[in-house]
Ligand binder design. Sequence first.
Ligand code: NDP
Length: 335
Amino acid sequence: MTLPSTAREVHLASRPEGFPTPENFDLVEVPLPEIAEGRLLVRNLVMSVDPYMRGRMGLGKSYVAPYGIGEALTGGAVGEVVASEAPGFEVGDTVLHGLGWREYSAVDAAEATKVDPRTAPVGAYLGVLGMPGMTAYAGLLDVASFKEGDVVFVSGAAGAVGQVAGQVARLRGAARVIGSAGSDAKVKYLVDELGFDAAFNYKDGPVGELLHRAAPDGIDVYFDNVGGEHLEAAIDSATTFGRIALCGSIANYNTSTPTGPRNLGLAVGKRLTLRGFLVKDHEHLREQFVREVGGWIASDELRYQETVTEGIDRAPAAFIGMLRGENVGKALVTL
Ligand code: NDP
């Protein structure tokens, strides 16, 4: 295979204020990276756009270091090894790594994981069988201590994490699974395709009222992808000893005036557990996750969608679109 002499990558041009705009990104043509010993040259096939990247574009408090202005962005990607200076990796291997947002990446072999494109489509390693799927699994089982018979509420339910969280709850024997999402089409997808018992469009009215209508007897578990008004509604509807997994608060990612729950005081009398988590702390569940969720996908008991945008030049638009809710399931960019 003849390699090109240059390749394109996306740089952060400026830090977004509020919602990112295309002007915050630059598409830059750079020489193909050279690879030193221990590294792989990877031609990327697909890359991920994720909400946490918004945090890294600013300078606020985030759990990951900010991206540098004028530097290439990073993130999950899967690609084909086109040159290898590392033992154990051959040209033609498919690898998962963290240097997305570029057509070719020079990856430290220690940071690359081989994946099998015959077991699952490459995009699945960034979605349902990758970081978001694992987040859903760990958040529900480890963090919210889900148990059979729980009534479970998932926000951001039609997204990458949410679509898995709700279905794991259903398949593990939840009494009732309720989802919220930002469009009627997503609500229909949750109920008709994913087997949620009830779902609502949170733009239809106060979330507290919509949730109360969907779960009149309250919720035992809340998987929080959204924060703000959703979290307040969940605290209000939580049953005694209810458990809340704080996964993300996307309602507050693009604003300088974040909203928080005003009713935290209720958590005392209800003896609620609210627990934040990061997926990386739950690696002990990985094998079980791959086996169980992989099995459900194979038997068609767990379904998922991806929203795929083509071309690295459209990666910023895919990212902005994801933040605005244009994706159903995992937002991916093919390169
Ligand atoms: P999604 O695929 O769910 O995409 C983001 C979705 O957020 C959009 O599609 C949109 O759907 C929804 N959204 C945007 N703005 C709002 C708003 N104001 N109110 C309610 N919903 C909104 O992303 P992921 O599944 O990848 O991530 C979901 C959450 O999980 C995020 O908060 C993310 O930060 C978090 N996360 C946390 C991890 C951890 O380790 N703790 C790891 C991975 C993700 P809609 O149309 O429904 O509005």
